[in-house]
Design a protein. Structure first.
Lengths: 191, 142, 112
């Protein structure tokens, strides 16, 4: 189990690194799809079919939206060489050193907390359910739902779903506001 | 798009729509639920718009309709949670309808109703975002 | 244990992409890699060896189920991630209209 997951994750990491260093935006998006669909297989192996269904549809819609955003720009970015030369020898200029230093410092920062967290985790597959024990035992008589995940989302933890719906609504309002070309007053006067 | 693409879209999008409805209605029995089913419904609408296209005016009326649908769905969600407080055991989000037997289609109290509301909301939200992008690009090129 | 470390490496790849790339679309892609690694980490914590998927059935009397709580949390997080990603992309497309590029080094109207 662990070996299969490790092979899949290495595959996903290779796809991620390629996406960050690709010369073309379209190929970067397609390698982003490698990571997303690899995640679907990981969810299926980890016995989470709900997540697999949601992730495979959401990934497809995300790719469609992203391609719609970049479609008329990608060809021009290919032709125009956007590498602006910094002054000084390559790889020793100030900006590059600053970037690498930031990455190293943040990596060490996260590594410290990862090291702290990894001591308290059980090895993969030997998890002991603490909070979910009550949910699993009482789900049958309290919610009556055969799918435990749906029972938790809509009954035991309904507030989370309410927050999620609010965030989705706010994001849609934000998108409509940002993408409006004419103000309402101009529209009345102009046309 | 070519006539082949249009014909295949006509044949397929109805089946995708039906599959989304199935996923939403059986959310408390099988894997799936409101989120997955709503995303599938949005996918079938997006497929139709991509294959057939439309002029900006008609897309704009569609956008207003889907935005209104989203608002109504979230309102229904909050109203159901408030109804639970009035009718049931004075708890927000309590399950006040009879539970029934596990494994039947009509069971689990209010959970299928929540599933339907959230499914409509997710589908309308994703479709509105997509339509806003399409209208924006059409207006830019004009 | 090695799966957790690989998950962390995927997180670091996304962080590297956010900090060093100059293209807005690549920054969004790096952000989505970080999101994916966090989802995978949460689901990995709840996995139990030989556990069943968390769906009750009459055939198996007392089966061991995978922890359903992280799955429920990740399910809402995926949809929220899609909404925020769409918001970021619309900002990117407005920037493209105003400055005619996705390169953030050329977006310098507030400089100085």
């Amino acid at each position: 189990m662990e070996i299969t997951l490790s092979i899949l994750l290495v595959f996903m990491i290779v796809g991620a690194v390629y996406a960050l260093f690709a010369k073309d935006l379209l190929s970067a998006l397609i390698s982003c799809g490698i990571v997303g669909y690899g995640l679907v297989i990981c969810f299926l192996l980890l016995k989470a079919p709900d997540l697999a269904i949601v992730q495979i549809v959401v990934e497809t819609i995300t790719l469609v939206i992203m391609v719609a955003v970049i479609l008329d720009s990608t060809r021009k970015d290919l032709k125009e060489n956007i590498v602006i030369r910094e002054k000084g020898i390559p790889f020793i200029n100030a900006r590059y050193v600053f970037n690498v230093l930031t990455v190293v410092v943040l990596t060490l920062f996260f590594l410290f907390f990862f090291n702290q967290a990894i001591d308290r985790l059980e090895p993969l597959g030997q998890h002991v359910t603490r909070m979910a024990t009550g949910y699993i035992e009482n789900a049958a008589e309290k919610t009556g739902s055969a799918n435990l995940v749906t029972g938790i989302i809509f009954d035991f933890r309904g507030y989370d779903t309410l927050g999620e719906a609010t965030i989705l609504f706010t994001a849609v309002m934000g998108v409509l506001t940002i993408l409006r070309l004419k103000g309402r007053k101009e529209q009345v006067n102009g046309e | 798009m070519s006539p082949i693409v249009k014909k295949v879209t006509q044949l397929v999008s109805g089946i995708i729509f039906l599959y989304g409805i199935y996923i939403i209605l059986h959310g408390h029995l099988t894997p799936g639920g409101g989120f997955a089913g709503g995303a599938i419904l949005a996918g079938s609408f997006i497929l139709l718009v991509l294959a057939f296209g439309s002029d900006v005016l008609r897309l704009r009326t569609k956008e207003e309709g889907s935005s209104l649908t989203e608002s109504l769905a979230i309102l229904a969600f909050v109203l159901m949670a408030t109804m639970a407080m009035l009718l049931g055991t004075k708890i927000f989000f309590s399950n006040f309808l009879p539970k029934g037997h596990i494994g039947e289609l009509i069971s689990a109290g209010v959970i299928p109703l929540y599933n339907i509301a959230v499914g409509i909301e997710v589908a309308a939200a994703l479709f509105t975002i997509f339509l806003a992008l399409v209208i924006y690009k059409e207006e830019i090129t004009k | 244990m090695i799966v957790y470390i690989l998950c962390f490496i995927l997180f670091l790849v996304g962080l590297f992409g956010i900090l060093t790339s100059r293209n807005i679309i690549k920054i969004v892609i790096g952000l989505s890699f970080m999101e994916f690694s966090v989802y995978l980490f949460l689901v990995l914590i709840g996995y139990i060896d030989n556990g069943q998927a968390p769906i009750l059935s009459d055939n198996i009397a007392a089966a061991k189920y995978v922890d359903p709580l992280p799955q429920a949390m990740v399910l809402t997080a995926i949809v929220i991630g899609l909404a925020t990603k769409a918001m970021l992309l619309t900002m990117a497309i407005r920037i493209y209209k105003k400055f005619n590029t996705f390169d953030i080094r050329k977006v310098t109207s507030l400089k100085g």
